[in-house]
Design a protein around this ligand. Structure first.
Ligand code: HEM
Length: 203
């Protein structure tokens, strides 16, 4: 089985679009398995009560907007890619609704959450012994990954609408869009899991 790994990698680099359904299935299953295993370990480790600042209504609204738009985008694209091999018709129409919502939510998420997701924070509270950052390191990493990947999915489609690229260029942009979309979904999924972990005082 391990003999096939270099061949599979070469296939991935040569035909990133063709192997995309397999990459989506393997990645999503792997992320869910890792989350379940981590949750079991966290539950066994017991609670670690920490007085973290709660989300206010605006922060909740922006976060829910990001979750909702990315869910629509992920379901419409991954379901159709896995089931039919591509996205067409009403699925693509629904994808465009999610796309509009994400385009509005992403800048708001960047402005609302960047402060709490900064590394090496300084400020009046940061030196206190009792100071607890709003997110531990993993959701911070996932936040920045989500922003970069979200920007990637948007820019690839916006640039595709300009009369700058031929067929080959458009295919490359679509492949970048596909993989950036997968990265955005995975980053937000892990971020959401970390937020729930913190909420349950397991982290
Ligand atoms: C998390 C966010 C997103 C994910 C996971 C995602 C995923 C995908 C995937 C996998 C495809 C290819 C489907 C196929 O192979 O037939 C696709 C196509 C498409 N996406 Fe997205 N997308 C996301 C965000 C966006 C955004 C923000 C826009 C617009 C600004 C957008 C516009 C499009 C369009 C127009 C297509 C069709 C391209 C074509 O068939 O030529 N997507 N998306």
């Amino acid at each position: 089985m391990l003999n096939n790994v270099p061949a599979s990698l070469a296939n991935l680099l040569e035909h990133p679009g063709k192997v995309y359904p397999t990459v989506v299935a393997v990645t999503l299953i792997a992320v869910v398995v890792v989350i379940i295993l981590h949750l079991i370990l966290a539950l066994l480790g017991g609670r670690a009560p920490r007085a973290r600042k709660r989300f206010n209504w605006w922060e909740k609204l922006v976060y829910l907007g990001a979750l909702a738009s990315v869910s629509v985008l992920g379901v419409t694209s991954f379901y159709t890619v896995l089931r039919f091999g591509g996205m067409h018709g009403w699925w693509l129409f629904a994808h465009m609704f999610g796309a509009g919502a994400l385009t509005a939510v992403l800048p708001l998420a960047a402005l609302t959450w960047c402060g709490a997701s900064r590394f090496g924070q300084s400020g009046p509270q940061a030196g206190d012994a009792a100071y607890v950052p709003r997110f531990f390191w993993l959701p911070r990493v996932m936040f920045w990954l989500f922003l970069v990947a979200g920007l990637g999915v948007m820019l690839t489609m916006l640039v595709s609408m300009l009369p700058l690229f031929g067929t080959e260029g458009l295919e490359i942009l679509l492949d970048i869009h596909r993989y950036a979309g997968l990265l955005a979904v995975v980053a937000l999924l892990i971020h959401f899991y970390c937020v729930l972990l913190q909420r349950a005082q397991l982290r």
